[in-house]
Design a protein around this ligand. Structure first.
Ligand SMILES: N[C@@H](CCC(=O)N[C@@H](CS)C(=O)NCC(=O)O)C(=O)O
Length: 206
């Protein structure tokens, strides 16, 4: 914090599924005119986010008084209090559980993807296996959830699910999540038509 005043600024990387949830929420809540989005490098001593956020991670949201919020869920909670649109952060236990389940999937996939980015001889086969099994198990649960009507309302849990499946489509293609998950696939194909999703698509990774 400082005595200076800042323009609210959301630091992101195009590849980050965590930041993408916040970027989608910004659009869904019609806050793009008030909050600027700034691309930052990651794991780079010159990264523009570093003076505001020593963790160097995204998303990070710089507020007008110089406070920087980090961690996706905390940023979403703050965004939820801005603007005039109705709240998107679930408050009921079922909605909170649905949001948490998706975050759990995303955390596992982030570990899996990081492992895959290491040189082949440094990868841990047991980590790769554990995360693949975890992701499939959560996808099976999500398949049942979606078939039962969960994630039908576009709240923060639904945005998180769009971001994680969108990440699997473009950046983590070794996970064939569609196989055996027809309801999830249909949900994704329908919901990915939203402008907030289309405007935040990450580059394709081979
Ligand atoms: N727990 C954090 C995770 C954010 C995260 O891991 N972001 C990644 C990009 S997807 C990052 O900034 N990595 C850069 C680094 O590890 O230095 C959240 O919920 O926001």
């Amino acid at each position: 914090m400082s005595d200076r005043s800042y323009s609210p600024e959301l630091f992101f990387s195009e590849n980050s599924p965590y930041a993408r949830i916040c970027r989608m929420a910004l659009r869904e809540r019609d806050l793009s005119a008030q909050i600027k989005e700034t691309v930052t490098a990651l794991r780079d001593p010159q990264a523009v986010v570093l003076p505001h956020n020593p963790t160097g991670r995204v998303p990070a949201l710089l507020l007008s008084d110089g406070t920087t919020l980090t961690e996706t869920t905390l940023i979403l909670q703050w965004l939820d209090q801005q603007g005039t649109r109705s709240a998107m952060m679930p408050a009921d236990p079922k909605g909170i559980a649905a949001y948490g389940r998706v975050l759990g999937l995303l955390d596992g996939i982030a570990v899996w993807n990081r492992e895959l980015r290491r040189p082949e001889n440094e990868r841990s086969p047991s980590v790769l296996k554990l995360e693949a099994v975890r992701a499939d198990r959560i996808a099976d649960a999500l398949e049942r959830d979606v078939a039962g009507g969960a994630y039908a309302k576009i709240d923060m849990g639904a945005l998180a699910l769009l971001a994680v499946l969108g990440y699997a489509e473009r950046r983590h293609r070794s996970w064939s999540w569609r196989s055996g998950h027809a309801a999830l696939e249909q949900w994704f194909d329908t919901c990915s038509d939203r402008p907030s999703f289309k405007e935040t698509i990450p580059p394709l990774q081979a």
